[in-house]
Design a binder for this molecule. Structure first.
Ligand SMILES: [Zn+2]
Length: 419
């Protein structure tokens, strides 16, 4: 059976004892402390917690505001070298009395959920921070393209969660049986939060318009692109409600998972991949909409990476790429070769889908390319889509709220802070 190592045997001399009578659980074992951290075994995991982190994250009412769920301890008086005077453990929690007399209590589930091991950090990342993405190419599309009913999403939090979860993993998901109304998409947006407004409005209508302010409003072939690459805060997700699909041939979408394309390039064409991650490109949109002039410029590579080398954003557009390429002369032609390769691979790995009346095609605008083939309206049949953008900040936020509400993950809050 487990046995407690006595504090006398550890190197840390400021902790005089453990209150042995409070120990009921064999699943958690306080092993020892040293000068700057506490070592615990929680459910078979050896975990280390720095004293400064424990004190900083005290969950008592003086240090953490229950309803604001925010730290309120006074950092002007905070001692980063603080040490415990006493440590004890109960059945489900750890009690620490600090050298200044302050008392803290930490539930083991709560601690484990925040521990610094790579495994626990990964669990937290995949369950709360962001669901892990899974890449796909066109041949996989039928299997990864999940379909959800409009009424289910409006009425059920489980259905809402499932839809958003699939969307976050694969970057695309479909809503079906949407009422034939220009405001139907609003109810879906309301379940998440709110739209991202652009100079095309809170929502936009995709319909053939002569002398248009945007090439999307033509009925000709719309080449593969991400929307709004000329915005630094480029919207996260595109919702396209198909009110009326064209009865003619065409009007189909191509959808490309650029994370798949980028990974493929990284492996098979590393030089071209590097050029697309390094070279800044200028994206633009210049014109007038509803009497308001705009002149949008943004500079960003085709593939933006974070410090871990993970893709944060794809920018790609033939139409909205500025002729001012802010690159040294000698990198222009290599960049074009890399861009052409990305474009061709995108076409190679694309999936084809034609939305039907009542569909809302929802996709990650920072990850997928989309295109639309040319179509021909007639007087009885006018293709009409209602579009809206929602940011990933709002979607991930809703997913996390639902994860808590539906109790999909333990240890997010201490139990006395729930509800
Ligand atoms: Zn406290």
């Amino acid at each position: 059976m487990f046995a407690l190592k006595r504090f006398q045997s550890c190197r840390f001399k400021f902790i005089p004892k453990i209150i042995a009578t409070q120990i009921h659980s064999h699943s958690v074992l306080l092993k020892y402390t040293n000068e700057d951290h506490l070592k615990l075994n929680i459910k078979g995991n050896d975990l280390k917690f720095p004293f400064v982190w424990l004190r900083d994250n005290c969950q008592c009412d003086q240090c953490f505001h229950r309803t604001a769920k925010s730290r309120i301890l006074d950092w002007t008086k905070f001692d980063i070298n603080i040490k415990p005077a006493n440590v004890a453990q109960g059945e489900n929690s750890l009690q620490v009395t600090w050298s200044d007399g302050h008392k803290s209590s930490y539930e083991f589930d709560w601690l484990k959920f925040r521990s610094f091991t790579p495994e626990n950090q990964k669990t937290y990342k995949d369950t709360i921070f962001r669901p892990k993405r899974i890449t796909w190419h066109g041949d996989d599309f039928e299997n990864i393209f999940s379909k959800h009913y409009y009424n289910d999403i409006v009425k059920s939090e489980e259905a809402l969660y499932n839809w958003l979860h699939q969307l976050s993993i694969y970057g695309v998901a479909l809503i079906q049986n949407t009422p034939a109304s220009e405001t139907a998409v609003d109810k879906i947006v309301d379940k998440i939060g709110f739209t991202k407004r652009t100079h095309y409005g809170i929502k936009f209508i995709v319909q053939h318009v002569a002398n248009t302010s945007n090439v999307a409003y033509l009925s000709s072939n719309l080449q593969m692109h991400t929307d709004l690459p000329y915005y630094e805060y480029c919207p996260g997700v595109n919702l396209l409600h198909c009110l009326v699909q064209t009865a003619s041939r065409g009007g189909e979408n191509l959808l490309v998972d650029c994370h798949y394309v980028a990974n493929y390039m990284k492996e098979n064409h590393p030089d071209e991949y590097k050029i697309l991650t390094d070279t800044e490109v200028e994206w633009n949109d210049i014109g007038e909409e509803d009497g308001n002039e705009f002149y949008k410029l943004n500079r960003s590579p085709v593939i933006s990476l974070d410090k871990h080398g993970e893709i944060t954003k794809i920018n790609f557009s033939v139409a909205q790429r500025s002729s001012n390429l802010p690159a040294p002369y000698e990198s222009v032609i290599p960049w074009y070769k890399s861009y052409a390769l990305f474009h061709n691979l995108g076409r190679k790995f694309a999936a084809k889908y034609k939305t039907q009346d009542g569909d809302i095609l929802v996709f990650d605008n920072r990850r997928l390319l989309h295109s639309r083939s040319a179509y021909e309206d007639n007087s009885n049949n006018v293709r009409k889509l209602i579009g809206a953008y929602v940011d990933w900040d709002e979607i991930y936020s809703r997913l996390r709220c639902l994860t808590v509400k539906l109790k999909y993950v333990d240890g997010i809050f201490q139990s006395n802070h729930r509800g």
